[in-house]
Design a binder for this molecule. Sequence first.
Ligand code: IZC
Ligand code: ZN
Length: 412
Amino acid sequence: MKVDLIINASTIACCTEGEGAGIIREGYVAVKDGKITALGEGNAPGDIKGPGTRIIDASGKTVTPGLIDPHTHLVHGGSREKELPLKLKGVSYLEILKMGGGILSTVKSTRVASREELMAKSRKSLDRMLLHGTTTVEAKSGYGLDFDTEIKCLEVAAKLNASHPIDIVSTYMGAHAVPEEFRGNTQGYIDFMVKKVMPYVRENNLAEFMDVFCEEGVFSPEESRVIMQKGKEQGFKLKIHADEIIPLQGAELAGELGAVSAEHLLAASEAGIIAMAEAGVTAVLLPGTSFYLMLGKYAQARKMMDRGVRVALATDYNPGSCPTENLQAIMTFACFGMKMTPEEIIKGMTLNAAYALDRAGEIGSLQVGKKADIVVFDAPNLEYMVYHFGINHVDTVIKNGKIVVENGRILQ
Ligand code: IZC
Ligand code: ZN
């Protein structure tokens, strides 16, 4: 395959290990056979260029690793804009769920949706993500809850992974809510997941991770511990929706069980943050959700970083608490809601997000030998991208060494 060469980039954020985002001013990046083969300051050495070299002029632009969205509820039917009047009246997310709305309303829409409908809807979301610079995305199940629908959603994600440029990392999240048919019998539902669904998901390689919504009125910390332990025994890597609304020591549980990541964490305790730092659990923070649920509160990103926790950022794309595919919008919420700097933010959506998916060896930074997942933003520096908000800055996206978005449009 021929060489592609990005030249004259105003800013290159390499997002390598260590402090800061590894910024290079005025530099180049070379790509060959799907991998990054060279990068640096100034002009590319003459011997990189050959007759077939394709040049991408990034004058006045910013080059970053492909963005990684490590927490989404990608595959689902329907949407929940009908709940907006309730939200505006001040009815909370957990109250809406208790009334049989929220997640349970999306479960109804997802159960009746055909595979084709789910494919088309999810593909549209993936296209939007790609146009906004996302090249790898995590996708949770959890809107089927019954066997057939959970498997249907995971199979849709697998099929999309094989056919769409974006790489999808799948998570089984049967423990997203207790379905109506098990109301009052949470233990029965846990047994069903552990004995019937999880073994099938593992045997058929339908999900690498599993996740639990540990929250008041959903799964208690004790129930969450059992579900996660059983999942771990069956070979799942662990994630947990922890301390989102009510503090339940979810962060502590993530540390205790050696979860790869813990998500949300708005109400995480000091002890929980320390437990995560000690166990190397990556925090996945979702400031778009804080905004959208009008919580008036954000996770304590600065404190987590001070205590040595790796902080990743994600959209939480889902039809209830954060319906957006756009990670650039999340940059602005992370900055103004959690006081993260632009360098911390880009790291949170690249290298640290790769850690949250256990893929930091392959993606998440611009380094020789890593996969050539690269975004060129029409912005001179990271600060500008965060500051000029609500629009899409993407110019070019390279996935696996192939140009998939050019001039802000998907190449067919
Ligand atoms: O559909 O409300 N928090 N799960 C946990 C969600 C939000 C998704 C939803
Ligand atoms: Zn979530």
